[in-house]
Design a protein around this ligand. Structure first.
Ligand code: NAD
Length: 494
């Protein structure tokens, strides 16, 4: 059985010090398709050293050269995205067209980074004081580490590395050990695009690899995406030793449906955003907050649509694929048990009639969910949609704002005033108005509030450029020094 190794300094590296292996499994069949090396401290340190050694030359590589490599990478990615999507489906389980969608959203960030020269333009002020000029620069920070989750093995790394590389940093990516092959594929593509060796490195592993990254003085920044407890751990430990950290965590995304909404549109959106990728999206809708007067009709419309969904191997293009691992499938099934026991109304039970092989659950729909139930309080990360009923807008808003997560949310209404009020009042980082999965386009920035993001910088867009660069301001005067004279006072610009 093949073992996937690390990618360090432009080549595949098999390290003697790696004593542990993880299984790579096709979730649609349950068959182990390969193994992945779990990097030891020494292996991860060698990847960081390669990135560190490549940094001085890369930071001084011209913007036009960097840009032309980014354009090549974009062209190669676009031409060969089907290969990448097939890898994603085989290891994550999501439907092939969904995997292609993931690649397309990552590609948007590559395209944003192709315009890096414009984003790095500084300011210049002539004669701020007599014959004294001021200009600003943004410079790369060094070795940027990226630690990514299983649910978007290509897109989430692409939220960060195009911008990190374009701004002159070097990268160590530690992808999820559950679906690690996409990272190596992307590394080989960079090499083909002409990226110098050592600028983009991939190390596989688990906690040992992550802790090595956090402890390394050579790592300047950490971009983490994953569950909230690990995001908090990475943020606290990384910032404690002076690293710049953006740590994106878990989510519980609510969709508020007001009585004047187009209920067919809202029902379509709830099904698409609730069950797409088997609910394993950080922007999935997991709670529909329905105003009482339309709740019966809305639940009926959601149930009617959900019953038509076909579940199967993502490679055969059903509506929904399996969960990522058997353990995760069992955990989600445990939440369905708990919801039923707690008294929520089981409208559709996803534990029934699942395919025999693989890690499948069918879509589950709960009605009459209350905020004390674990199916409401916890991030389930599976195909389980909960409906909570509220008397009106104010109660819906209060419920959403009381939730400790604040990643994404959506409101469905035909009342522009209500939508505008919601966008102003809701304490969530990404808001959709009649749009269920409001992932910002590549030239805005992605990030949640509260327990969905630790740190203050969102991913990609201008905030990404800011995260991967440091500001410097230069004040210069080109006078004959002999005219300066002594003056020990604090400089003023009079
Ligand atoms: P996870 O937290 O288990 O793993 C994320 C990364 O952390 C992986 O690379 C993993 O190897 C590493 N890791 C796991 N346990 C660790 C430990 N004890 N110490 C150090 N590192 C550890 O998350 P996951 O299950 O891979 O992904 C799903 C989670 O990611 C969900 O909570 C989801 O909401 C979240 N997510 C959030 C966003 C967002 O933008 N906010 C996007 C995608 C996924």
């Amino acid at each position: 059985m093949a073992t996937l190794s690390h990618w360090i300094n432009g080549q595949t590296v098999t390290a003697d010090t790696d004593t542990r292996l993880g299984d790579i499994t096709n979730p649609a069949t349950g068959v182990v398709s390969g193994q992945v090396a779990l990097g030891s401290k020494a292996t991860v340190e060698s990847a960081i050293a390669a990135a560190s050694a490549a940094f001085p030359a890369w930071r001084d590589t011209s913007l036009s050269r960097r840009t032309s490599i980014l354009f090549s990478f974009r062209e190669l990615l676009n031409a060969r995205k089907q290969e990448l999507a097939e890898i994603i489906t085989a290891e994550h389980g999501k439907v092939l067209s969904d995997a292609l969608g993931e690649v397309a959203r990552g590609q948007e960030v590559v395209e944003f980074a192709c315009a890096i020269a414009g984003h790095l333009r500084g300011g210049h002020t002539e004669n701020a004081s007599t014959k004294l000029d001021v200009h600003s620069l943004r410079q790369p920070i060094g070795v940027a580490a990226i630690i990514s989750p299983f649910n978007f093995p290509a897109m989430v790394p692409m939220w960060f590395f195009p911008v990190a590389i374009a701004t002159g940093n070097t990268v160590v990516l530690k992808p999820s050990e559950k679906d690690p092959s996409a990272a190596n594929w992307l590394a080989e593509l960079w090499k083909e695009a002409g990226l110098p060796d050592g600028v983009f490195n991939v190390v596989h592993g688990d906690k040992e690899a992550v802790d090595t990254i956090l402890e390394s003085p050579e790592v300047a920044s950490v971009s983490f995406v994953g569950s909230t407890p690990i995001a908090k751990y990475v943020y606290e430990n990384g910032t404690a030793v002076g690293k710049r950290v953006q740590a994106l965590g878990g989510a519980k995304n609510h969709m508020l449906v007001l009585p004047d909404a187009d209920l067919d549109l809202a029902a379509d959106a709830a099904v698409n955003a609730g069950y797409g990728a088997a609910g394993e999206r950080c922007m999935a809708i997991s709670v529909v907050v329905a105003v009482d007067s339309v709740a019966d009709e809305l639940v009926a419309k959601i149930a009617e649509r959900t019953k038509t969904l076909r579940v199967g191997d993502g490679a055969t293009e059903p509506d929904m694929g399996p969960l990522v691992t058997a353990a995760h499938r069992d955990k989600v099934a445990g939440y369905i048990d708990a919801g039923a026991e707690a008294g929520a109304t089981v409208v559709l039970d996803g534990r029934e009639n699942t395919p025999a092989d693989g890690f499948f659950l069918n879509p589950t729909l709960f009605d009459d969910v209350t905020t004390d139930m674990s199916i409401y309080t916890d991030e389930i990360f599976g195909p389980v949609l909960c409906v909570v009923r509220v008397p009106g807008y104010d109660e819906g808003l209060d419920l959403i704002n009381a939730n400790p997560y604040g990643n994404g949310t959506a409101i469905f209404t035909n009342d522009g005033g209500a939508a505008r009020r919601y966008e102003n009042e809701v304490e969530v980082g990404m808001v959709g108005i009649n749009v269920p999965i409001p992932v910002p386009v590549g030239y805005y920035s992605f990030g949640g509030w509260k327990n969905s993001l630790f740190g203050d910088t969102h991913a990609y867009g201008d905030e990404g450029v800011h995260f991967f660069t440091r500001g410097k301001v230069v004040t210069s005067r080109w006078l004959d020094p002999s005219h300066g004279g002594l003056n020990l006072g604090f400089p003023t610009n009079d």
